[in-house]
Write a protein that binds this ligand. Structure first.
Ligand code: NI
Length: 240
């Protein structure tokens, strides 16, 4: 069930049998010359849909803008500052906790969100701790691309070519759900440079076409379907 397609009485009824919600979280950022800008938000949505096919689960609205300051030198990228994302995550949790939700499963598609979402969780715990109350909340962050089945399959399919940005894994996963994601663009060099992340201008200097150590050209929809199954199994295991 999707929160955005439900009515409030339906959510009230849902809360009588479950206190859990999946919150897909991604980013709106360049993914090289062949990856769609929405890749990091579309991936967790695809995985969440797969989870909901296996189990009766509620999927919340996707937080599709994340912490992506390092991509801002590429047209179309949109970012929140870390401090803004901390407030967004905290406000989403507090809104839903007020209705009785207790278990929040943030299903994440963007490495740049990890530190900030964890900091948001710490802020939420801190509010309860300083007030001397029990929050009663179970907050989980699961990065679909780091699940053991996904990591094993990515390595089998791409070896070292999965890299860290505009990866063939994420582009394959999007291709499995969106045939219009296919792009016929020659990528040179085949293997782009890797490196550390600083600010946006530095990123573009180091990674001129936007890819980081990733053979985006290896992505296929068929790989994407296998990665989807692996990601769904990983996520369901962590969800519990
Ligand atoms: Ni990505």
């Amino acid at each position: 069930m999707k929160l955005q397609l439900a009515t409030w009485p339906e959510i009230e009824t849902y809360l009588e049998r479950s206190r859990s919600i999946i919150v897909p979280i991604g980013s709106t950022e360049q993914h090289g010359p062949t990856g769609m800008i929405g890749t990091d938000a579309l991936c967790p949505e695809i995985v969440a849909d797969g989870m909901a096919e296996e189990k009766e689960l509620l999927i919340g609205p996707t937080l599709s803008i994340g912490m992506a300051q390092h991509h801002l030198a590429f047209p179309g990228s949109v970012s929140l500052r870390p401090s803004t994302l901390i407030r967004v995550v905290s406000d989403v949790v507090e809104s839903l906790a007020g209705h009785g939700f207790e278990h929040f499963f943030f299903l994440n598609g963007h490495g740049g969100n990890i530190a900030t979402v964890q900091a948001a969780f710490s802020e939420i715990w801190a509010s309860a701790s300083f007030a001397g109350r029990d929050s009663g909340l179970r907050l989980q962050l699961h990065n679909w691309f780091q699940g053991p089945r996904v990591v094993r399959l990515s390595r089998e399919l791409y070896g070292d070519g999965d890299g860290s940005h505009a990866t063939p894994s994420e582009i394959s996963l999007v291709l499995s759900g969106y045939p219009q994601a296919e792009r016929d663009v020659a990528l040179e060099p085949k293997m782009p440079p890797s490196g550390s992340i600083r600010d946006a201008r530095d990123f573009r200097r180091q990674h001129p076409d936007g890819r980081m150590g990733a053979r985006s050209d290896l992505a296929t929809a068929e790989h994407g379907r296998r990665l989807r199954d692996a990601a769904v199994a990983d996520a369901l295991e962590v969800f519990g």
